[in-house]
Design a protein around this ligand. Structure first.
Ligand SMILES: C[S@@+](CC[C@H](N)C(=O)[O-])C[C@H]1O[C@@H](n2cnc3c(N)ncnc32)[C@H](O)[C@@H]1O
Length: 390
């Protein structure tokens, strides 16, 4: 599979602005960019014991002025905007040196910010001079091409990842060290290699298997390696041939996770449509009789959206539980309506409602394959406020 003139699943050497220009419009699902910081370090930095600090002092981080940096940022970001799909996600990371400039340009280019995420480093590099607070975080911006983008977000999976609590916008992830740190002849291969966990969280939450992930500033290839592991297609650029070599070697060792394990099964949870919504929308009418599966038990739908079965009044769940002499019961699978002498589960109506009226974030989610013509589509005059509603 290719993307414009590029083969997918590889890393290309060159200036990203020139390379991005060769990618077709609206073709990429996820972009992660870790651009130069423009740190403007003057001279070398030493620890109190006179050992040299391994700071970012690379040629790729040098710009003649802030204006020069801004112009560069605007150029690569405009290309990213052009190539990103309308449903795509754009992520950019930076430090206090550049993130405010980058965030400003990002909005001028047209992106719509969904979140800023703070990557908190539990093990930051100390501030050796002791003249400022210890800089212990970086900032990520997550954006889409417009306010109305139908972007991917695997909310439930991220919640599961966070012990069933909604995932927050402060991510505690250690800086890259130990085994994970790529070394060549004992030296760090790249001064700003990002931890794989960071990319894991980004790619997992805002893309799907087989989506195309692009990184214009690949460095040691962290994005590409995590994308490969998670069954995504990828393409990455870096202008330094050395980094491209390092990243390609790193990639060779990565084995993709098998497809079965990559499915977002938890996202396929049943939609949360209350019974009352079906009445309001005209799927079930006030006064209508609903039935148990064998048709032997009946109940009538009341105006307050409770049901009444021979004087047992309550929610679909409560009434069915009472009839079955149980503490609780799932009313969605107990009750049926009758259409053209056929019993149809109210659960099917619920899925139809979700498919038609609630926009799901997961484009690939086939909620319930409903047979054509099985469910009477609510007409305008079926609505609760319409003439024929009751
Ligand atoms: C902050 S580092 C990215 C580190 C990467 N995220 C990682 O985990 O290893 C920025 C990278 O951008 C590359 N770079 C800088 N200017 C570039 C340009 N105009 N085109 C392509 N790559 C560029 C540098 O060579 C450097 O490797």
């Amino acid at each position: 599979m290719s993307l414009g003139t590029f083969d997918l699943d590889t890393i290309y050497q060159g200036d990203c602005i020139e390379l991005l220009k060769k990618i077709p419009d609206n073709s990429v699902d996820l972009i992660f960019a870790d651009p130069p910081y423009n740190l403007q370090l003057n001279g070398e930095l030493y620890r109190p014991n006179q050992t040299k600090v391994d700071a970012v002092n690379d040629a790729w981080d040098k710009f003649s002025s802030k204006e020069d940096y801004d112009l560069f940022t605007e150029k690569w970001m405009q290309e990213c905007f052009r190539i990103l799909k309308n449903s795509g996600s754009f992520w950019v990371i930076g430090t206090y040196h550049n993130i405010f400039r980058v965030g400003n340009i990002l909005q001028n280019v047209g992106f719509w910010i969904l979140n800023d995420v703070i990557w908190v480093k539990p093990n930051p590099m100390p501030n050796f001079k002791g003249t400022r607070f210890n800089n212990a975080h970086e900032t990520l911006i997550w954006a889409t091409k417009s306010k109305h983008s139908n972007y991917t977000f695997h909310y439930h999976s991220l919640k599961a990842m966070n012990d069933d609590l909604q995932m927050r916008s402060d991510w505690w992830i250690p800086i890259c060290q130990g085994e994970e740190r790529i070394r060549v002849n004992g030296q760090k291969a790249h001064s700003t290699q990002k931890p794989a966990e960071l990319l894991f969280r980004i790619i997992l939450s805002t893309s799907n298997p087989n989506d195309i992930v692009l990184d214009p500033f690949s460095g040691s290839g962290t994005t590409a390696t995590v994308a490969k592991r998670l069954g995504r297609r990828f393409i990455a650029f870096d202008k330094e041939p050395f980094y491209v070599d390092v990243a390609m070697q790193r990639l060779e060792k990565i084995k993709p996770i098998e497809n079965e394990l990559l499915e977002y099964k938890i996202e396929n949870k049943k939609p949360k449509v209350p019974f009352g919504n079906l009445i309001e929308k005209g799927y079930i009418k006030i006064g209508e009789i609903i039935y148990s599966k064998d048709g032997k038990i009946q109940a009538q739908v009341q105006a307050d959206t409770t049901i009444n079965s021979n004087g047992i009044v309550g929610s679909i769940h409560k009434v069915s539980a009472t009839l079955l002499k149980k503490d609780s019961n799932n009313g969605w699978t107990f009750w049926y309506i009758k259409q053209n002498n056929t019993l149809i589960s109210i659960d099917v109506l619920r899925y139809d409602y979700e498919n038609k009226f609630l926009k799901t974030r997961n484009k690939d989610l086939n909620l319930f394959p409903i047979q054509e013509g099985l469910v009477n589509v609510p007409q305008e005059n079926n609505l609760i406020y319409g003439n024929n509603a009751v």
